[in-house]
Design a protein around this ligand. Structure first.
Ligand SMILES: [Zn+2]
Length: 414
């Protein structure tokens, strides 16, 4: 078995010698109940806020724990002090690979608005508190613990299970974009992303197209505006009632219609000067089936019409970035296996639903047409908020689910 995608660790990467991290402490039902909570705690204490985007400490915690648990670990340097950590549980056969994916970075936090230290990992009232507890160090810990439990139980899966812990999701998906360009996902057939879903089965999420609009005109004295070309007026005409989807666009099940929101605008320099420049940024949220080129063509046509009404102006439309929407059929084998696993492990069926946020699946799933499930501990209402916290029971349930899912999916006796 070769470890695909292995690279030599960068010089700044200092894995502790083997043996300093405790191994599996105890098992119950094949899953290590204590360890998923302890690992989440250690990940929360290893700050990896983005910006600035230094995930080294959290990556080391994950990599050291994986190695101590006897799993194959490799790292991919994405930038200085930023590395994806790839953990592989090799399968015994040639079946396709199941990929677990999560991000190592978190949004920033300071102590304002918090009842506990955001980097403390305190456990109180049944919750583990801290930045990233929900989004998504708890999910990562559950994924790694599930791999360790599978290894410890010596389950002979016919395909590899790979955990890709990536950097940069909160800003530009730098880690998953890097991963996308390597061979780690060769042979992958299914993707599970551990974003918080409150243990629901999220089978679709929105995508995004961020567009910048720049109106150019001609400056003039405010007392003789007819000598100028007012960029703010041209922009106003464009954004008032901006529609970017054709009439009759059909809602996507679980996600509804695409949306558009003009979220920043600036223009003009003084009360007595006709503005020659106006900029706006538009946040478009897409659903599976949205035609990105059609959206951009629609905006460009509207921009041209608006500029034509104010002679001397023109409006440039440029794409800042695109994140693809993701949608998997409810009857896809991965989703069926997840439903069966939920009933067996969590004791009841879990709803299949959509999520408004996007994830690393936007980068990883479309090029490989990977059926995708989002599943993780924690409630979305705590994401990016003070007092972010995850139920310790949910951490354990997520780890148990993730340890059982591969067996269901591959049809391996339990
Ligand atoms: Zn996240």
């Amino acid at each position: 078995m070769t470890v695909r995608g292995t690279v030599r660790a960068p010089s700044w990467w200092n894995l502790a010698p083997l043996g300093v991290v405790a191994g599996l402490s105890r098992t119950e039902g094949g899953v290590v109940e204590h360890d998923v909570v302890a690992l989440t705690q250690r990940l929360v204490r290893a700050a990896s806020m983005n910006p600035p985007g230094v995930e080294e400490a959290a990556g080391l915690v994950l990599a050291e724990q994986a190695r101590a648990w006897g799993l194959q670990v490799s790292v991919q340097e994405v930038a200085e002090r930023r590395a994806n950590v790839i953990v592989r549980l090799p399968g015994a056969g040639t079946a396709p690979t199941l990929v677990y994916c999560g991000h190592l970075d978190t949004v920033p936090a300071d102590s304002r608005g918090w009842d506990e230290d955001p980097l403390g990992g305190v456990i109180r009232d049944g919750y583990l508190w801290g930045r990233g507890a929900v989004d998504m160090k708890g999910g990562l810990a559950a994924m790694l613990t599930s791999l360790a439990a599978l290894r410890q139980a010596d389950v002979a899966l016919p395909g590899d299970v790979v955990l890709a812990a990536v950097v940069g999701e909160e800003v530009d998906c730098a880690g998953s974009r890097h991963l996308d360009g390597t061979d780690v996902l060769d042979g992958a057939e299914w993707l599970v992303v551990g974003e918080p879903t409150d243990l629901d089965l999220v089978i679709a999420h929105k995508g995004a197209i961020r567009v910048q609009l720049v109106a150019h005109g001609k400056a003039a004295h405010g007392a003789i505006p007819e000598l100028g070309a007012n960029a703010v007026v041209a922009m106003s005409d464009l954004i008032a009632g901006l529609r970017v989807f054709p009439e009759g666009t059909v809602p996507y099940p679980l996600l509804g219609l695409p949306s558009v929101s003009v979220n920043t605008i600036e223009g003009g320099t003084a009360i007595n000067v006709v503005p020659d420049l106006c900029r706006a940024v538009v946040d478009i949220r897409t659903v599976p089936g949205t035609d990105e080129n059609e959206v951009l063509a629609t905006i460009q046509a509207a921009a041209d019409r608006a500029a034509a009404k104010v002679p001397g102006t023109d409006i440039e439309v440029s794409v800042m970035h695109v994140r693809a929407p993701v949608g998997t059929a409810a009857d896809a084998p991965l989703i069926r296996a997840a439903e069966e696993t939920a009933v067996r492990v969590l004791g009841s069926s879990r709803p299949a639903r959509g999520a408004a946020y996007f994830s690393d699946a936007s980068v990883l799933a479309p090029p490989r047409r990977l059926p995708t499930l989002l599943f993780g501990p924690g409630q979305e209402k705590y994401m990016h908020q003070p007092n972010e916290r995850v139920s310790t029971t949910a951490l354990q349930e997520a780890a148990a689910f993730l340890a059982a899912l591969p067996r269901t999916l591959y049809g391996v006796a339990r």
